[in-house]
Design a protein around this ligand. Sequence first.
Ligand code: MG
Length: 252
Amino acid sequence: MAEDKKLGFDDTPLIPGTRWHVHDGQRPQPPVVAPGDESTQNSPGAAPADAIILFDGKDASGWVKSSDGASPLAWKVADGYMEITPKGGDIATKAHFGDCQLHLEWASPTVPSGDDQGRGNSGAYLMGLYEVQILDCYENVTYADGTTGGMYGQCPPLANACRRPGLWQTYDIIWAAPRFIGDGRVVPARVTVLHNGVLLHHDRELMGPTKYRQVASYRPHAETGPLVLQDHGDPVRFRNIWYRPIVGYDRT
Ligand code: MG
C-alpha cells in the first residue's frame, strides 16, 4: 500500500460504547499471530458424524445464487473446491439454519493482487446477514474492523492469524442467533470465531446485521437463514463446509 494512502474512514458514525468510528483507520490493528499446524493442507479433515455437509469439495447442489435464491450457482466447482468466478455473484445455501457450529475452509488467490479491502475479499454471512470477513490480510493492512475474521464494521478480531495466500485456512464459528421476543426486545446474536485454531472472538455480542459505513442495529428477521458466501470480485476458494445445529439452546 502506498505510504500516504488513508486507511478506513473517519467520517462514519461512532460505534456505541467505543471511541471508534465504523471502519476507523485509527483503531488498533490486531496483532499478527502465525498459526501452527499446516497438516491439513492437502486434504481437509473429516466432518463429525452428525454434521450436515454443505460442500464436500465436489457437490455444490446445495447452493444457489443468493440474488434470487433459486438459480444454480455460477462459481467454478472442480479439483476439490469451489472458486468465485467473474460476476458469479454471492451464493447461498438452500439450507436455512440458526444456532450452529460452522466449519469452513477458504484460500486467498495467488498471485495476490490489490491491497486493503481489495485483496482477496469475500465473506461468510451467517443467516445471510452477519458477515465474518474473509480477506487476505497476510502482509496486507486494512482498517481493523475489516480485517480477516472481523465482524465487519463492528468488532475487529483479537488476532490476525492469516496464512499465506493460496494455503487453506479454517474458520470454526459458534453462532447464537438473535431472538426477537416482542415489544421490540432483542436477545442479541453472539459469536465465537477461531481462525486456523486461533481465537478471534469469544462469545462476542453483535449490534445487528452487518452494515457498511453505518452503525448496525436490529430489526426483527427470520429465526433461520442461509449461509451466504460473498462475491467481492476476487477468486477466493472454498472447501469442506459443514455445520452442526445447536439444539435446545435457550437464550431467552
Ligand atoms: Mg467481505
